[in-house]
Write a protein that binds this ligand. Structure first.
Ligand code: ADP
Ligand code: MG
Length: 441
């Protein structure tokens, strides 16, 4: 049945993505469905608009590449929103949010995915409260804390939660930098009226990183009036910054006092237990389940901020993917210990050729020649595979190094090696050790 074939292809595409781009992988990918594959166009059905945007913005290239590898054909991707309610809202243009053109909410940034600990309890509770009754609980709500501690996550979670509960509300979320840029543009184009309408007629405005107002006098003035209009209309205002209102350099006193007039909540760096819980949560989202000892190793090693915790997890996971896919304490130690040279940036194709020709006892001219006997074809394919794995060269560029072969040949080579590694542990061991040798050079 065609649908079985499609399901099978899709399954392989997802596995491929998970292996090669583990940092993009999310646990909800299992809910994404292939609709059809016709004339080189793969249609993908997604139930939620934020999922759709995530796939489009974060994963499009890797998905397309994976689909091409698996099918051996050029593939374009199209995404379809399958939820009828959301589709009508999007088409009707009355989705409850006005987001800036290229902006979208991260599906990761929900309350469910936010770990609450002593460091962020107040900020979290306040965000939940305003998402339940905007304009009534705390106004304005001002959240501050240094970089990477979850301000943007909480702000977006509040927006998404409010919009889920009340589809009709108008929410504007933007960074302060966008606000300032729009303002400047509006002034230049004589469109202040439009600008004011856009920002003053909303139910909730959320402005991230307001420290950007520092030293920008005219923007502060405009911001002040926007603030007052919304405040008087009892609309919810939510702000974040990397320091408290009084600590923002060169911020007018009247703004400082406005910002202080509701609730000011600080987020601190997470303690050890919270860090453990965050890593666990992030691992779940990425569809992996590292052993507890690895989680606690990361939590011990990375104390600074949450973004770096994630980075460490990605590093460990990425390294495991190069091997058998098992995340062990040994491997995590290695990944987090001495920074190994990042293979993706440092390995060149000639290093790969060096290692491979030595191992198989062939010459470079053999690899570049036309011979197809297995004794030559195999090392050639292994080279292409390794170049694909370890360098940033395109398929075409890789083909160019091996006697001007085209990208489909390279794709075929990668698939063949991938498959034999799957079926033959010996082959996998060989390829892994060759890759290890190259990255050590
Ligand atoms: P900020 O805006 O404060 O610089 P972000 O909101 O961008 O920080 O957070 C950085 C990363 O850390 C994001 O991936 C976010 O999901 C994660 N993060 C921060 N705090 C938490 C938390 N308490 N629970 C889960 N993830 C968190
Ligand atoms: Mg932020």
């Amino acid at each position: 049945m065609v649908t079985d074939v499609l399901a099978d292809i899709w399954d392989k595409v997802l596995r491929h993505l998970q292996r090669r781009h583990s940092e993009q992988w999310r646990n909800w990918f299992e809910q994404v469905e292939p609709i059809s594959l016709e004339n080189g166009c793969l249609r993908i059905g997604v139930s939620d608009v934020s999922y759709l945007q995530y796939l489009k913005q974060e994963c499009n290239e890797s998905l397309r590449e994976a689909a091409q590898q698996i099918t051996g054909h050029l593939v374009t991707l199209e995404y379809e929103l399958t939820d009828q309610d959301q589709l009508e809202q999007v088409l009707g243009g009355d989705v409850g949010l006005q987001v800036e053109n290229c902006f979208y909410f991260s599906p990761d940034y929900t309350f469910d995915n936010f770990v609450v600990g002593p460091c962020n309890r107040l900020a979290h509770a306040a965000c939940v409260a305003i998402s339940e009754s905007p304009g009534h609980a705390y106004n304005p709500l001002f959240i501050h804390g240094s970089v990477g501690l979850g301000k943007t996550h909480l702000l977006q979670a509040a927006c998404q939660s409010l919009m889920e509960q009340r589809r009709e509300v108008r929410v504007t979320y933007l960074s302060c930098e966008q606000f300032v840029n729009h303002f400047i543009e509006a002034v230049e184009r004589g469109k202040l009226h439009d600008f004011r309408y856009k920002y003053r007629y909303v139910d909730m405005i959320v402005i991230d990183d307001v420290q950007f107002l520092s030293e920008r006098e005219r923007s502060q003035e405009e911001f002040f009036h926007t603030f007052n209009t919304l405040y008087q209309a009892r609309k919810q205002i939510v702000l974040s910054a990397d320091c408290s209102p009084a600590e923002i350099p060169k911020l007018e006193d009247r703004l400082v006092s406005r910002f202080n007039q509701g609730l000011v909540a600080r987020i601190d760096a997470p303690d050890y237990e919270t860090r453990m819980a965050i890593i666990h949560k992030k691992a779940q989202l990425r569809g992996i389940d590292p052993p507890g000892e690895v989680i606690s190793l990361i939590a011990r090693k990375v104390e600074s901020n949450t973004r770096e915790l994630e980075g460490a997890l990605t590093k460990v996971h990425g390294m495991a993917m190069l091997d058998e896919g098992e995340i062990t304490l040994e491997l995590a130690r290695q990944a987090l210990g001495e920074e190994p040279a990042s293979p993706r940036h440092q390995v060149s194709i000639s290093q790969i050729i060096d290692v491979v020709t030595k191992h198989y006892g062939v010459r470079l001219s053999d690899l570049q020649g036309r011979r197809r006997s297995r004794s030559i074809a195999l090392p050639r394919q292994v080279c292409m595979y390794m170049a694909r794995e370890l360098t940033n060269h395109s398929l075409e560029e890789i083909g160019g190094h091996f006697g001007g072969r085209d990208h489909t040949t390279v794709m075929h080579a990668c698939r063949t090696v991938d498959k034999s590694c799957d079926n033959d542990p010996q082959m996998r061991a060989t390829v892994n050790s060759l890759m290890g040798n190259v990255t050590q050079v």
